[in-house]
Design a protein around this ligand. Structure first.
Ligand code: PHE
Length: 323
């Protein structure tokens, strides 16, 4: 067992299975978002929590944050409308960990949900600013992604100028939508896909998620759920590089080697996706100013550039260089 503490609890109010996986703590603390989504079986949610929390440890370490990794995952039925009852169930379980774990937003949750969880426990990042938190983390995650994209383009194409490149964004949720806005402002060529057709945007070539994954572009940006890079999908890819905010993009670590063999530059998601976590913890935990926090988010570009340079020098994949 790699994990320090794992608990799965049936919520008192909802009867739904809530898992909190604390992978490690640093000085007694860990952090990681609260994911509320559907799974074929609740046990799959436990497995996901184990993997996601381990990735959070690496994410915090590379970002230089004094925190260990953790994650909350709640498996809900299809089309479930979450309400305060579920968030209070989550809050009670977080409270039972006595500060060893603090949560934040993730797939299926946002700042408003953090405010409701905070009715049961103070260990919550990213409540709305009006409620005393640092607010929505997704613009900061997106800013970190764009800093990472510049580093990727500098390494792969010899220039950090994003306006000269083509991108395919897979997933236009909160983070993917902000990434699209930032890229559109550079004049870049953009295609995108989302399971939700209502997220279609003017000026953007609309693709099905399948087409998007294999689009012939400079950089593929995975911004939805993880596990999309596998031994089956890698041979079909037509992008030159991949960098995006989705967590756990590889189905298993060995897939990084397959990407490397195909000459596709894959920027590890634990580096690319850290902006939201970095901003929230810099402001709320380290009490830095917004400008200091933004500089930390921007430094994702330097961190990634150093990893890519080390990978290039060693003839190894960026994933191998990050270890
Ligand atoms: N979803 C965020 C991540 O994966 C988790 C997070 C954001 C945690 C903000 C705390 C604060 O990094």
């Amino acid at each position: 067992m790699d994990h320090e503490h794992v608990v799965t609890h049936r919520g008192e109010r909802t009867g739904l299975p809530i898992t909190i996986a604390v992978h490690t703590t640093v000085r007694g603390r860990s952090a990681g978002g609260c994911r509320i989504t559907t799974y074929p079986d609740w046990r799959d949610a436990v497995t996901d929590a184990l993997r996601l929390s381990a990735a959070m440890t690496a994410k915090c370490a590379i970002a230089g944050l004094p925190l260990g990794g953790a994650k909350t995952v709640v498996a809900v039925p299809t089309a479930y409308e979450k309400g305060p009852d579920l968030l209070h169930d989550v809050g009670d379980l977080i409270a039972s960990l006595d500060g060893r774990y603090a949560t934040g937003p993730d797939v299926g949750t946002g700042p408003g949900d953090m405010a409701v969880i905070a009715e049961r426990t103070p260990h919550v990042f990213c409540r709305p600013q009006a409620a005393g938190g640092s607010g929505d983390s997704s613009p900061h995650t997106a800013a970190g992604v764009v800093a990472a994209l510049r580093a990727v383009c500098a390494d792969r194409f010899g220039s950090p100028d994003l306006g000269r490149r083509s991108f395919a964004i897979l997933g236009l949720g909160r983070v993917g939508g902000h990434v699209l806005d930032l890229l559109a402002a550079t004049g870049a060529t953009i295609s995108a896909a989302d399971v939700d057709e209502s997220r279609r945007r003017p000026g953007v070539t609309w693709l099905s998620p399948r087409q998007c994954l294999t689009a012939d572009v400079d950089v593929l940006i995975p911004a939805a759920l993880g596990g999309l890079l596998t031994a089956r999908t890698v041979p079909r890819l037509r992008c030159a590089a991949i960098a995006g905010p989705a967590n756990n993009q590889l189905d298993e670590p060995g897939t990084a080697g397959l990407l490397h063999e195909r000459g596709i530059l894959w920027a590890p998601d634990i580096v690319v996706s850290a902006g939201g976590l970095i901003n929230a913890t810099a402001v709320e935990l380290l009490h830095e100013t917004p400008a200091q926090a933004a500089a930390r988010v921007e430094a994702i570009g330097d961190t990634l550039a150093a990893i890519l340079a080390a990978a290039r020098a060693g003839g190894i994949s960026p994933a191998a260089a990050v270890q």
